[in-house]
Design a protein. Structure first.
Length: 153
């Protein structure tokens, strides 16, 4: 799957270079997505390889995977939010209201993703597991709703 995302990213960059006159900055941001997804999958596969061979993860590979996974999630969320607000297609400058929403929602989304990764690495049998998983789902839903607000507005 990592190789597939890498090839899709390379194809997208080729299309962007071929049609340079019709390309917006958001397209290059979108081009970064398959490459970060590919890296995330490679590091996740390496992490699972060491878990299957040694029975425990090597912390360095796990940290690199978590960093690329968070980067991919943040990049995806920012790209979707920018497209939703019409940046680069309709307007080239975000309004103050849009900037304020981004300043609140993007860090909250990243924090929710970090917390979700931490929750997923804990035992499912703990009493707090279900509660925190529902809270993080609610935060994620609220972030999506906050991003949809400027789109509908």
């Amino acid at each position: 799957m990592s190789l597939l995302f890498l090839l899709i990213g390379a194809l997208w960059v080729h299309v962007l270079c071929k049609h340079r006159s019709d390309v917006f900055k958001i397209h290059w941001l979108m081009a970064a997505l398959p490459f970060t997804k590919s890296l995330s999958l490679v590091f996740h596969a390496i992490d699972y390889y060491y878990i299957s061979n040694q029975g425990f993860p090597i912390e360095g590979w796990a940290v690199v995977y978590y960093i690329t996974h968070l980067l991919k999630g943040a990049l995806l969320f920012i790209t979707i939010a920018l497209i939703g607000t019409g940046w680069a297609f309709i307007k080239h400058i975000l309004s103050d209201k849009d900037k304020n929403i981004f300043m609140i929602v993007i860090p909250l989304q990243v924090l929710a993703n970090v917390a979700y990764i931490i929750i997923e690495s804990t035992e499912e049998g703990t009493t707090e597991y279900g509660l925190w998983k529902e809270i993080l789902f609610l935060v994620d839903l609220l972030c999506c709703g906050a991003i949809l607000f400027p789109v509908v507005w």
